[in-house]
Structures are given as structure tokens and as C-alpha cells.
Write a protein that binds this ligand. Structure first.
Ligand code: CO
Length: 329
């Protein structure tokens, strides 16, 4: 085995009309023919997608093209339903968790999955995680916040503790982005707000004392290279040392917590990846592409494979070994 892509997404070819079942606007798939489709939210176009989202053969073909041996798929944050009643979010989670396993079953052992859970309710989230782990998921994808609650929220910390106990890998994915109307144009929600969301989550977990309370064997990864975190760690560190107000509840300076989490490699720039490896360490960065979406790496693994100045041993860690450890394989 040479490479594991630990951050990719799927949509089933079709699924139950959740708007009819529950009311309100839910995502659905509008097929356009020729392997193309549009993900809709209510009547609004959300994202153009193609057959790789739902067709295992297309995925395997493109994995072969890119030299990816194993791919970890999760559903998409637009399906989290954290703002809905817990029963609806649980129903939705189970629907897509089972659909993910069905798609993985067609992947000749090369497709694995992370589940989703109704994170707005800690007990329901823990129960669905346990069910999903028994059914064959490797872990869980969670949104980086639930309304106003960040990752240092007591309920979310309890869920993360449960993940550690179950041996579930956790991928934290930004969603429900800050910025409102000011970032509504030109996909700035994705290009500007998403990295800030992810940074905010890491900082909340550190300064909220979350890492001090979580077990050391929790395997947790932040998407998109951890967003703005690595580049701005110096600013955070400086504030921690020089302003009491900025210190929060963390026992140690922020830079001491980089050994507690992973980030993926979806940063699209060799200079950014170099900085990321320097800040996080070569044990903590792993191939994650956001395949098969338009804002994902278009040739999965190319950034790592082509990066100059990265030794063979380190390259292997980024492409393979770190993901193996993170996923518990
Ligand atoms: Co993603």
C-alpha cells in the first residue's frame, strides 16, 4: 500500500425525500444525465457533482489514476441537521451511515467510511456512534460547532471521550460558516470562513482546556490543514504569554498541543504544506483531498508527492503511515 486519502465525501445516488417526511428544506439530488447531477437544498442549487459521489467503480478508477489505495469517505456537512430536532438528525444520520457502508461494500476493500451523528444531543450521538462502529465505520465526521457551542462544550467533550473509548477516529469538518452576508459572495464562505472556523475550533479546544481533559489516545483530525491555525499559531502563542485574558484554561502554551491532533494536507500550496509539516511535525499531517468536490485536490496526493525538500521517509508518513495510525488500521 502506498497512499490513503482520509478525507473524501460521498452522496448516495438518491435517497428518501426528507422534506416530505419532516417538512422544511433538505438536500436532494437532481440528476442531469451523463453522470452529472446537482445537489439541491430545497429548490436552491447547492453543488454540482458527478458520478464519483455515488458510484464505486468511478471512485476506484480515479483512485487508480491518482495512486490512492484506500479512501475514507464521509457524508457532507450539509446533511448534519444539527439545528433540527434530534429525532430528525438521528434518522438522517442513520440513513447516510447505512448508505455509506453500502457504497463501501462495492469498493473491493478500498473504500472505508466515517459516520455522522446527531451531535446536538450527546446521548443520541454516543449511541449512534457505537452502532456505526459495530456496523463497520472507522470513526466519525463531526461539524466544528453546534450552533453557539464550540468543541470545548461539555456535551461535545463527553462525545469525544466516548469516541476515544470506542476507538473511533474523529474528523472535524468546518461548516455553518461565520461571516454571514459579507462572505456570501464568490464562495468566500468556503475560501475565507472555513479556514477561520477550523482555526476557531482548534483554539477553543486548546484554550477551553479541552485537550487537558480529553484522553491522550483520542485520535482527532482537523480538515483543510487545520484552516488558519498553523500560520497564526505564533499570534496565538504571543497572546497567551502576554495577556491573561488570552490564556483561557489551557495548562500549557498553545504550541504544546500540536501533538494532540492531526491535520489533513488539503492546503493546495507547497509552501503552506511545508509550514504545516514544520509546525505540526511530520507525524501529524496526512493526505486528505476533499475528493470528489470542485474545491478538492484535483489529482489526489500530487501536492505531497511533488513537494521538494520532503524526505522519502516523511513523504511516506504523510501519504500512508499517519493515516494508518489515525484510523487505527
Ligand atoms: Co471536506
Amino acid at each position: 500500500m502506498n497512499a490513503i486519502d482520509m478525507h473524501s465525501h460521498f452522496f448516495p445516488r438518491e435517497w428518501e425525500d426528507l422534506g416530505r417526511r419532516f417538512g422544511g428544506e433538505w438536500p436532494s439530488m437532481k440528476h442531469l444525465g451523463d453522470g452529472k447531477a446537482m445537489v439541491m437544498v430545497g429548490q436552491k442549487e447547492f453543488r454540482p457533482v458527478y458520478a464519483a459521489c455515488w458510484d464505486a467503480a468511478t471512485r476506484l478508477e480515479e483512485m487508480d489514476r491518482d495512486g490512492v489505495d484506500l479512501q475514507v469517505m464521509c457524508a457532507t456537512p450539509v446533511l448534519f441537521a444539527y439545528a433540527r430536532p434530534v429525532a430528525q438528525a438521528l434518522y438522517c444520520a442513520q440513513l447516510f451511515n447505512d448508505a455509506g457502508l453500502e457504497l463501501a461494500a462495492q469498493g473491493k476493500g478500498r473504500l472505508k467510511t466515517l459516520c455522522q451523528v446527531p451531535l446536538q444531543d450527546t446521548d443520541a450521538a454516543c449511541r449512534e456512534l457505537s452502532r456505526a462502529m459495530k456496523a463497520g465505520h472507522l470513526g466519525v465526521q463531526i461539524g466544528n460547532h453546534v450552533g453557539e457551542r464550540d468543541l470545548d462544550d461539555a456535551g461535545i467533550l463527553a462525545f469525544l471521550q466516548h469516541c476515544a473509548a470506542e476507538g473511533a477516529a474523529v474528523l472535524v469538518h468546518p461548516w455553518d460558516m461565520l461571516g454571514g452576508v459579507r462572505t456570501a459572495r464568490w464562495m468566500m464562505g468556503w475560501t475565507v470562513s472555513m479556514p477561520a472556523e477550523t482555526q476557531l475550533s482548534i483554539v477553543s479546544l486548546i484554550l477551553g482546556g479541552g485537550f487537558d481533559r480529553l484522553p491522550k489516545d483520542l485520535r482527532i483530525c482537523f480538515a483543510h490543514g487545520g484552516g488558519s491555525f498553523a500560520f497564526l499559531l505564533g499570534r496565538l502563542e504571543n497572546a497567551w504569554h502576554n495577556r491573561d485574558l488570552a490564556r483561557g484554561k489551557s495548562a500549557l502554551p498553545p504550541s504544546r498541543y500540536t501533538e494532540r491532533f492531526y491535520v489533513d494536507s488539503a492546503v493546495f500550496d507547497a509552501r503552506a504544506l511545508r509550514l504545516l509539516v514544520e509546525v505540526m511535525g511530520e507525524e501529524r499531517v496526512m493526505l486528505g483531498s476533499d475528493y470528489p468536490f470542485p474545491l478538492g485536490e484535483q489529482r489526489v496526493g500530487k501536492l505531497i508527492r511533488d513537494m521538494e525538500g520532503l524526505g522519502d521517509a516523511a513523504r511516506r508518513k504523510l501519504l500512508l503511515d499517519n493515516a494508518r495510525r489515525f484510523l487505527g488500521l
